[in-house]
Write a protein that binds this ligand. Sequence first.
Ligand code: DAT
Ligand code: MG
Length: 141
Amino acid sequence: MTATERSLVLVKPDGFSRGLTGEVLRRIETKGYALVALAITTPDRERLARHYAEHEGKPFYEPLVEFMSSGPVTAVVIEGHRCIEGFRALAGATDPTAALPGTIRGDLGRDWGLKVQQNIVHGSDSPESSAREIGIWFPDL
Ligand code: DAT
Ligand code: MG
């Protein structure tokens, strides 16, 4: 038996404002992952600087922090065996134009010609990222 995993999912401000939170949660639940915690919040720059520390200095970093702090996001902790890899597969490629149909980003996202890609969701990319990110968004878990 492998240990169960948790992943930190964000429905980003584009997904929230377009009314896609329920659709994202539906895809997570129908895949079979459990919802462990959920919160709606407009993140401040300090939290986003911690969350996106790996991207500091990249050309899209400032637009990314600006975008992510522009409105409410839904932060969700999901749980299930291999859910980190599994949610990344549900989300699809970072670039919503290249993301395959059938994925969240491929079905629901598009390029808007902006400095940062708006692609509906974030999902942790490794167990280390997941533990770090859950600590940022849900320090009481
Ligand atoms: P992911 O969200 O697929 O893990 P990432 O961690 O590399 O992708 O980047 C974080 C976010 O930054 C991503 O969801 C969208 C944006 N982004 C990444 N690379 C970009 C680029 N080359 N141009 C514009 N936006 C980008
Ligand atoms: Mg990432």
